[in-house]
Design a protein around this ligand. Structure first.
Ligand code: DX5
Ligand code: ZN
Length: 226
C-alpha cells in the first residue's frame, strides 16, 4: 500500500485581502492549512499573529491548522498561539534554548508539537528530541518569503530522518516547506516526505483546486513508480 501524502497550502501566498476566498478556491482538495508566523527578527518579514489563527479556527472549525512559528522567542508567545486553537504548533530548533520544555508545553495542551530546521542546520540537532515530537518541518528554503528556489541537498536530510524514524519506531510525520511545486513534488514525496507545504505553486495558479489535484496526481505517479 502506498503511503498517504498530504498537501498543506501555505496562506502566506493567499490573497491577503480575501483570505477566505483563497481558502475556498481550494474546494475540498486540501488536507491542512499552513500558517507562517514571522516576527521580523528570526526572519526578515512580518506576517500573522495569534488573532489570525483564532479567526481561522472560528471560520473553519474542521480545518487542520498547521502553524509554523518563525520567531525569535517562541516561549514568550506560546500560550497565545496555543489558545488560538492550532492542530500543530512548530518551533525552530535554532531559536530555543529550552526547546525540550517548549515541546512539552505544546503537547500538554493537546496540540501536536512540531520542530523545524533551516537548510543550514544539521538534523543531528534533532536527535535528542525525536521521542518528544509529533512533526518535523524540514525547510527547503531559507525562511522568510514565498516563491524561492528549492534547495536540493535537504532531500538527504529527509532520508536520514526516515532512517531514524524506522530505527526508533517513531510515528512523527515529515513535512517539507519552501520551493515545492509541480516539478519536484513527486521526488520529494518519494524521498519520504508525508506533508508537502506549498504557497506560490498553489495560490499562484489560476485554479488552485485544479493545481492541487494535479500535484496529487504527480505524487501518486511518483509513489507507484508509474
Ligand atoms: C517560507 C515559509 C513557507 C512559504 C513557502 O518561509 O515557511 O511556508 O509559504 O512558500 P513557497 O511554496 O512559495 O516556497
Ligand atoms: Zn512555513
Amino acid at each position: 500500500m502506498t503511503r498517504k501524502v498530504l498537501l498543506a497550502p501555505s496562506l502566506l501566498s493567499a490573497d491577503l485581502l480575501h483570505v477566505s476566498r483563497s481558502i475556498e478556491s481550494l474546494g475540498d482538495q486540501y488536507d491542512w492549512l499552513h500558517v507562517d508566523v514571522m516576527d521580523g527578527r528570526f526572519v526578515p518579514n512580518i506576517t500573522f499573529g495569534p488573532a489570525f489563527v483564532a479567526a481561522l479556527r472560528k471560520g473553519y472549525p474542521g480545518a487542520f491548522l498547521d502553524v509554523h512559528l518563525m520567531v525569535e522567542e517562541p516561549s514568550g508567545i506560546l500560550d497565545a498561539f496555543l489558545d488560538a486553537g492550532p492542530d500543530i504548533l512548530t518551533v525552530h530548533v535554532e531559536v530555543e534554548h529550552h526547546v525540550h520544555r517548549t515541546l512539552g508545553r505544546i503537547r500538554e495542551r493537546g496540540v501536536k508539537a512540531g520542530i523545524s530546521l533551516n537548510p543550514g542546520t544539521s538534523e543531528e540537532l534533532l536527535r535528542p528530541l525525536l521521542p518528544f515530537i509529533d512533526h518535523i518541518l524540514v525547510m527547503s528554503v531559507n525562511p522568510g518569503f514565498g516563491g524561492q528556489s528549492f534547495i536540493e541537498p535537504v532531500l538527504e536530510k529527509t532520508r536520514q530522518l526516515c532512517r531514524w524514524r524506522t530505527a526508533g519506531n517513531h510515528s512523527w510525520l515529515i513535512a517539507m516547506d519552501g520551493g515545492l511545486g509541480l516539478e519536484n513534488a513527486g521526488r520529494i514525496a518519494r524521498a519520504g516526505c508525508d506533508v508537502l507545504v506549498m504557497g506560490s505553486a498553489i495560490f499562484g495558479a489560476l485554479d488552485p483546486a485544479e493545481r492541487v489535484q494535479e500535484i496529487k496526481r504527480r505524487v501518486k505517479e511518483a509513489m507507484t513508480g508509474a
